[in-house]
Design a protein around this ligand. Sequence first.
Ligand SMILES: NC(=O)c1ccc[n+]([C@@H]2O[C@H](COP(=O)([O-])OP(=O)(O)OC[C@H]3O[C@@H](n4cnc5c(N)ncnc54)[C@H](OP(=O)(O)O)[C@@H]3O)[C@@H](O)[C@H]2O)c1
Length: 272
Amino acid sequence: MGTLIDSNPQQLVWLITGTSSGIGRHLALEVLKRGDRVIATARARSMPQLQSLAVLGADVLELDVTDSPEHLKEIAKKAVALHGHVDVVVNNAGISVMGSIEEHTLEESYQQFNTNFFGGVSIARAFLPYMRERRSGTILWIGSLAGWTPSISFGMYSAAKHAVRGISETLNAEISHLGLRSHVVELGYFSTNIIPNRIPYVPRISDYSEIIGRADGYFDSIYGHEPGDPAKAATIIVDLVRGRVLRRARRFRLFWGWVRITIKRPSCIART
Ligand SMILES: NC(=O)c1ccc[n+]([C@@H]2O[C@H](COP(=O)([O-])OP(=O)(O)OC[C@H]3O[C@@H](n4cnc5c(N)ncnc54)[C@H](OP(=O)(O)O)[C@@H]3O)[C@@H](O)[C@H]2O)c1
């Protein structure tokens, strides 16, 4: 695998959504470690968790990706004002809503898509005007193994991650002539809070209780034993954005602790 994108020796300004835990938090820490600037964001209830990032030099902003597009535009304006620009926006915030597709209410389905899909779309729309003006910027989307495979008990999550891949790749095709890029990084199973924080299954149709219960039990059993190390994923993601060669990106496979990154087809996979 050769060099993926041009090296960028400059200090970059990153804005990351959902940095109170997991991938987002590790990414913020890695960005700081590299000497870049990070605007770490979280929804109101999780702002105290950003204190330790602020101590390390992060700027912190309250940002709920499900807020109105108008409000998110105001936040983008505030974020850009901090350092004059934002180079990299990471659409990381995510939740998982458990249950079978037939049992889900429309509200539950919207809740899943509003956070994992439309939230990212609104964030991209809020920052793209500034990026277009500078003819420079990257939108990074955190996708998932579930964006490729059938995912019993989290079908709406899976559907939203399929959509994330679709929008990232299409957006890239629409903005690359402007010097901008949009990439999706798709993760296998990583040790974060996504399993304990999952929105629980509400049984409504007895025909599904066994299959969904079994899948739910599986998540409980792997929690704490996920093979993917989020700190290593963060290293790979920052390497990617900074244009470092992904020497470990050899295999085309997506599973467990693997990270799949679509820059141009074919994608490359890195083992964490
Ligand atoms: N862990 C994995 O195995 C895995 C695999 C594939 C993809 N991913 C993706 O990785 C991303 C990060 O998840 P994670 O695994 O690191 O889980 P996590 O530890 O639960 O982190 C999720 C983050 O998203 C935030 N968030 C949720 N709803 C939000 C909203 N409306 N606005 C702003 N922030 C919000 C959470 O904040 P609160 O503290 O306020 O809840 C938290 O900081 C997600 O997109 C997830 O789908 C994870």
